[in-house]
Design a protein around this ligand. Sequence first.
Ligand SMILES: [Zn+2]
Length: 464
Amino acid sequence: MRQLVVAARQDGEGRRHGAAMRFRSSSLLALRTLLSGRPPARREIEAFRDARLRELVRHAWERVPYYRRLFGRHGITPRDIGGVADLAAIPTTSKKTLQALPAEDLLARGVDAERLVAHRTSGSTGLPFTVRRTWLEERVLNAFRWRALRTFGLRATDRRVYVGISRPLDPRNDRLPQRLLHRLGFRPHTIVDCHQPVEAIVRQICEVHPDVIAGLSGALWRVALSASAAERRLLRPRFVYAAGEVLTPEMRRQIGQALAVPVYDAYGSHEFNLIAWQCAQTGVYHTCDDLLVVEVLADGKPVAPGERGELVGTSLHSFAMPFIRFRLGDIVTKGTEQCACGQPFSTIRAIEGRMHDFFPLPDGRVVLPSAIVGILVRHAPWLGEYRMIQETMERIVLRAVPLFAPSVAEIGRVRGMVESYLGAGVRFEVELLAEIPPDPGGKTRLSRSLVSPIYDGLDWSALS
Ligand SMILES: [Zn+2]
């Protein structure tokens, strides 16, 4: 937010400066709630959401070119949006729409893009995309995640391991306050790269001797099933929590049984950070209602509790790059307006998010599709929406909608890189399509293996 304030001062416009100060003060209010450790009352959450939404819409209308045009086309002004009840007047926005626009259309005027923390998604969502936030916005969103993890039993000094995709630390996201906290014993997590052979992953986790193990659901599942009895005895975390991919009931049961600990699930996305986390008492998901407004829509209309629909989110803490009625693409089952445990949060019963099978290879390795997507995201700037399918052990096909037409040589170069990663005898084919038909039932099977399917035949009604 500081960048916003600085930028507003440079603009020399008192009105903008005032708006920026309001953003900052309401962020501090949210932080105070988070630091107190107790959830706010439901009516406090509702008042906060209404006030914050009015600020957000005015800000987007005044300063963000994409939303200015969108509101203009539909005759919407900030006066039309008094709170969450009026949100439906604003059209939804898809990831595909934002992906096709230049960054300056999506960022608030006056924000220095060079100083923002950039999250280039690994493509695990099927649509590579860059999300940008200020350093302070990052801290606020992470504070919500901390609040959720504390309900699982996380303590500030816990040793934590995260089994996931290892990325270099963005220097814009590592400032003095974090370094001081780490020096004081508030520990950052150790990242163990999930693309390594599972034996190496298990060994590295054992070396840390963690209090808490977190990670991508599929990677945790492989770890739990692959660890030897001796390693399991060594690994005595208090709990495990999964994030990033769908955790099926069977995966949860097997991880919990193998490691003899409770297993929780957290649901998030790059655009919003935490969206929902599992209630330790009831098993349903608490929606992070003071971080974002979640709508569950089918054919553009809100569904009733117990019904499935697409998740559409509005972030209440992202002003550098706002997300207003953003269609995430995940299908969820709406829950009750408040959890039976007494917490003030609305609920989601089940999440049908990102599903990635593993790809077993002829040389005995089992690779995660995200390793291939990592190569593509780095070396194929033309990659838009995609699906990847392992048809046989020797043949993997990428079906992609290009953002711009790549040359034959560019495709050949990327194919060569992926094939050299996959090893001898495995072909990697690229098929360019004008569009990708929706997956049956609205599910998102981004990477599917016909050789070793994890998610085939999953009964989603059993989750609800
Ligand atoms: Zn609950």
